[in-house]
Ligand binder design. Structure first.
Ligand code: HEM
Length: 482
């Protein structure tokens, strides 16, 4: 073979590779769609715009990643996050449409890393259709019936005892304190009769399991946090597995949630097997702790800066009646704190078929004028951002101002199109009422029976999930008026 010929073949191969790469890059930037995609950029090959996604910002801000793109592209834009083609929605009408109870066009679409961390046996991240069943299963634990039955008195007693202890012990970090308090009263309800040593090992593992790893993957600390979280899940799962096995063998019945799960597993055609039952117990233990601690810290922070009302009038053991009917201002403070805090700034769904998007009225009008409605193709992820709606000045006047009065006369217990702190539709947070009750009782005890002083203001950054860089430290002493 002559050198020229070899050279020509090599050039042809290089040319073909260049054409193939160019075509691939073109396809990456311009994905196929049977309609019109929202505007946006798919970012770099493979990683898309994932690095930008984690850009940190302050507590009272729309995440930088979203803010910049909203200015450039409007309320709906396309991108690529975690290797998935994604549409981000900041439009309340689109968010509401996606979360509608009867909308079967979307399923859960959390990034794979969530499945890795929460376990592949995790029933929450799998199938949206079983959520109703799970809600019924946890009704006695987290639903209003269970809460008003025994849970309210458990919480009231645990919180009261905890405060008494803390009053004699100097300053404490509110978030950490709520975590250990919730774990100490919930663990026996979920897994009763643990040996003291096993219980403290279990609680320790749950305390180490968190979402601190959900940050830029370019930082070494992210990987360290991820390894620590995975290790702590393994340890907690081991404890649950041992309890389930021993209980199964001994056939002893206890009045805890392990018992509920064992009965559930024995039912014919049960949805749960050993692995998913263990994982379900683990997730419940985690969310009861994680779900309330940070929000309580933010509620206390806001209360310390604002007027305290109504609690002095509710003396003695707190009843459900008092909680629901006589704590209106507390509910207003909680709602306002949830709106500003945005613990879940993004929720991820996946389109199961091509879906037409209808947005705000003005947006629909423009679409009609341009004859250009948007399509979300099947398989694409939709990242719903209620946090942007919560900071929209056309919905909430002076949105970054803490103003509980804006909730006066408004529906507060359940969410709405413009308030989705607890999500919405089929996957509406199962622990919403539990979290509200826990926060209300905490506040009730704190300001009815104690004088509170601030020792250290908390600091929170968004990456885009909120992370405490400094905890809220307070000191309490028994109020002389009691
Ligand atoms: C203030 C505290 C809380 C906030 C802001 C919150 C927020 C949310 C949100 C936004 C969702 C929907 C996620 C989605 O649809 O993708 C959700 C789901 C869920 N939450 Fe919460 N949550 C809180 C506390 C809790 C607590 C204390 C528990 C448990 C006791 C809990 C248990 C759950 C469960 C099990 C789901 C999944 C529901 C389902 O998929 O059907 N949450 N939460």
């Amino acid at each position: 073979m002559s050198t020229t010929w070899k050279w020509n073949v090599a050039m042809l191969i290089v040319a073909l590779v260049v054409v193939w790469i160019s075509h691939w890059l073109y396809r990456w930037s311009n994905p196929k769609c049977n309609g019109k995609l929202p505007p946006g950029s798919m970012g770099f090959p493979i990683i898309g715009e994932t690095v930008d996604f984690f850009e940190p910002c302050g507590f009272n801000e729309v995440p930088s990643f979203i803010k910049k793109r909203m200015i450039r592209y409007g309320p709906l834009f396309r991108t690529n996050l975690f290797g998935s083609k994604t549409v981000v929605s900041t439009d309340p009408d689109v968010n509401f449409q996606i979360f509608r109870q009867d909308n079967t066009s979307f399923e859960l679409g959390y990034p794979d890393i969530f499945v890795t961390v929460f376990g592949k046996n995790n029933v929450f991240l799998k199938d949206i259709s079983i959520h109703k069943y799970l809600k019924n299963l946890t009704m006695q634990l987290l639903g209003p019936e269970g809460l008003k039955g025994t849970m309210i008195s458990h919480m009231d007693r645990a919180i009261g005892d905890h405060f008494k202890l803390k009053a004699s012990q100097g300053s404490f970090d509110v978030r950490k304190e709520v975590e250990s308090m919730v774990l100490s009263y919930m663990t026996p309800i979920l897994l009763s009769n643990l040996k003291a040593e096993t219980q403290s090992k279990f609680i320790h593992s749950l305390e180490a399991f968190n979402l601190d790893w959900f940050r830029s993957f370019l930082s070494l600390s992210t990987w360290k946090a991820l390894i620590k979280t995975l290790k702590s899940r393994k340890e907690a799962i081991q404890v649950i597995e041992d309890v389930l096995r021993t209980r199964k063998e001994s056939k002893v019945k206890e009045g805890d949630f392990v018992n509920t799960m064992l009965e559930e597993m024995e039912k014919e055609g049960s949805f749960f097997n050993q692995g998913s039952a263990i994982n379900f117990l683990f997730i419940l233990s985690f969310v009861t702790r994680e779900g309330t601690s940070s929000c309580t810290a933010v509620v206390v922070k806001n209360i310390l800066q604002n007027p305290k009302r109504e609690h002095k009038a509710i003396a003695g053991v707190l009843s459900w009646e008092n909680y629901r009917k006589n704590m209106t201002f507390t509910h207003m403070v909680i709602n306002e704190s949830l709106r500003l805090f945005n613990t879940s700034p993004l929720m991820f769904r996946k389109a199961v078929k091509d879906d037409q998007i209808k947005g705000k009225n003005y947006f629909k009008f423009i679409c009609l004028l341009l004859w250009a409605g948007y399509t979300i193709p099947a398989g694409w992820i939709v990242a719903v951002a209620p946090s942007v709606v919560h900071y929209d000045p056309t919905i909430y006047e002076n949105p970054f101002e803490f103003n509980p009065w804006r909730w006066e006369g408004r529906e507060m217990i359940w969410g709405s199109k413009t308030f989705m702190a607890f999500g919405g539709g089929v996957t509406l947070c199962m622990g919403a009422e539990f979290a509200r009750l826990q926060m209300a009782i905490f506040v009730h005890h704190l300001i009815t029976y104690y004088d509170v002083s601030l020792v250290q203001e908390c600091e929170i950054v968004r990456t885009p999930f909120p992370q405490f860089t400094k905890g809220l430290l307070i000191k309490i002493s028994e109020s002389p008026s009691n």
